[in-house]
Every structure is written in C-alpha cells, then in structure tokens.
Design a protein around this ligand. Structure first.
Ligand code: ADP
Ligand code: ZN
Length: 304
C-alpha cells in the first residue's frame, strides 16, 4: 500500500509516493505559486502526483490516502489553512475539500512540524522513542510533540507552535504582538537579521556562524552564543513540560551541527528541573529534505 505525501511550503511544495515502510518510491517538487488561485495550485499538485502514480504504474485503488503537511496556523478539524504568514494567499482555504475534487481516498491535514515529527518517529532519529519533541529551527521555529506513543496535535492541529513561546521578554517585538518570542530571537531569519544589524550589511545565517566561529568577530560570537542559549531555554521549557526521552532538532539552522548541539545540551544539563531531564539527549534530525513528505504520507500510513 502506498500514500501520497504533500508538503506545502511558502516557496515550494514537495510531493512523494511513500510506501508503508516509509520508503520514498518517487518524488517531485513544484514552486508554490502564490500568484494563482490555491485551487489552481491544488490542480497542479494533483497533476504532478498523478504523473508519479503513472510512472510507478499505480492505480487510484492502490492509494491508502493523501497526507498533507502545511504551515500553521491552520484548522485541521475543518481541513483548512488558517493564517500562515508565509502563505497569505491561502488564508481560509479549504485545502482538504480542494483535494477531494481529485481523490476518493482519505485525506488528512496536519501542520508541517507535526508531520515531520511523525517522519522522525517512523524512519528517523526517534524510532525508539515513545516520548519526544521534534524542534525545527528554520525560517521560523516550530515543534511536533510525540507523547505516550502518540502525536499531540491539539483541538485544531496547532499544538507545538513553540515559535511564539516567549524565551526572553527583553527580546524585541515579534509580529505576533508579544515580545521575545522564540522564533523572533533564534530562527534563521532572526540570526541573519541581527547579524546584518551588527555588520551594517546583509549577512546570511550561515555567514554569521562562520564569522562567529572564526575567532575574529567577538560581537558575532556573542550573538551566536546568545542564540544557542535561547534555544536551550526553549528546550528546557519543553523538557519541563513534556518530560521527553529525547529532543530531535531539524531545520536549516541545525545544519551548523556540534556547536549548537553541545551548547544546547550544556544549557539543559545546567537548567532542566529534574535529574533525568538534565540528561535528555538532543540529537539532529535524521531526515532532511524528505521529512515533510514522508511525514505527510505517514499521516495516512500510521494510526497516530
Ligand atoms: P524552510 O524554512 O523553508 O523550511 P530551511 O529548513 O532550510 O528552510 O531553513 C532555512 C533557514 O536555515 C535559513 O534561515 C537559512 O539561512 C538557514 N540555513 C540553511 N542552511 C544552513 C546552514 N548550513 N547553516 C546554518 N544555517 C542554515
Ligand atoms: Zn511571536
């Protein structure tokens, strides 16, 4: 049995055929065209998925279902996109119903970080965990929460939106209206923004890290240390709240590797409240660019 996994992002949409063991049989991606109607975009996505089906000689009856991961806020109860800042043209769009025009199979919608957490559970770094939190640090910050062997999705699919958990009330105004939100301080976007202020020219997240680790730029080093500390603050709150066995960190910023993981583990060791929490392993995500579509497909391949 096979599922279609669709990971809708602000810039691109990844589409894959995924087998029940999590293997990606075929995949493709399309730019998410925000200038056309979302209904037309759904038609394009379905066309691309149908091409993959034809390539693999699969018929609609071979399909167990269609899983969709999309940025939040959304409303999974209604099958709708709610108000994601990077998908404004889709606000209020009934994405599940739009796909129903193309498929008879079951269609499931969850937020993208929740789907990626399920992918890490099925085929990645959290295979053996019954309790873990997946944190993605990319353009924004989000989390998927897996507890007691199940995903915690909340009433409308918006659980885990930790990007707007306050980690430092002195951390500046977040567009959401609060001050010092996690993603306003520690996302890739935030790092690049602050580094650019420091140097008075555009600086990418990657360059900010390179300068910080070069030993030549004390201010940049301080900035990066502060960001890692705030990621530690966020993780300690997750540990104190959910008592996970494991924290998995993915997303573009996690590519910086050991310096981040060591700093975050150190902060947790010094600040988590309970002795077992202080030893919570913090590990890199195992699935990178395919996590979104594997997770989306897993929404219909698993009883989560
Ligand atoms: P998206 O947010 O679209 O899911 P990513 O997960 O790739 O995309 O995250 C993008 C963010 O990660 C950007 O802020 C980018 O600068 C940062 N990033 C990407 N690669 C690296 C890297 N190797 N080192 C540090 N930061 C990176
Ligand atoms: Zn916020």
């Amino acid at each position: 049995t096979t599922a279609i996994g669709i990971d809708i992002g602000g810039t691109k949409t990844a589409i894959g055929l995924v087998a029940s063991d999590g293997a990606v049989l075929a995949k493709t991606s399309l730019p998410t065209d925000l200038t056309i109607s979302p209904y037309d975009m759904v038609d394009r996505i379905a066309e691309a998925a149908n091409r993959l089906m034809a390539e693999k000689e699969l018929r609609p009856s071979d399909l167990l279902g269609i899983g969709i991961g999309a940025p939040g806020p959304l409303n999974t109860k209604l099958g709708q996109i709610a108000e994601p800042p990077n998908l404004r043209a889709w606000w209020g769009f009934p994405v599940v119903n739009a796909f129903k025009r193309h498929y008879d199979a079951r269609i499931v919608l969850e937020n993208d970080a929740t789907a990626a957490a399920l992918a890490e559970k099925r085929a990645g770094a959290a295979k053996d965990a019954e309790h873990f939190v997946y944190v993605t640090i990319s353009t924004g910050i989000g989390a998927g929460i897996y507890s007691h062997g199940r995903l915690i999705t909340g009433a409308t699919g918006n659980a885990g939106d930790i990007g707007h958990m306050v980690v430092d009330p002195a951390g500046g105004d977040c567009p959401c209206g609060q001050r010092g939100c996690f993603e306003h301080i520690a996302s890739g976007t935030a790092i690049a923004r602050e580094a650019s202020v420091l140097l008075g020219r555009p600086v990418s997240t990657k360059e900010a890290f390179e300068l910080a680790f070069s030993g030549q730029d004390a201010a940049m080093e301080q900035l990066v240390r502060r960001v890692f500390r705030h990621i530690g603050v966020g993780c300690v709150t997750l540990i104190n709240t959910f008592d996970p066995e494991l924290i998995v960190i993915g997303g573009g910023v996690s590519q910086v590797g050991a310096p981040l993981f060591d700093a975050v583990s150190g902060y947790i060791r010094d600040h988590a409240l309970n002795p077992s929490g202080r030893r919570t392993p913090v590990v890199p995500a195992a699935l990178h660019q395919d996590a979104g579509l594997i997770g989306a497909a897993a929404l219909v391949l698993t009883d989560y």
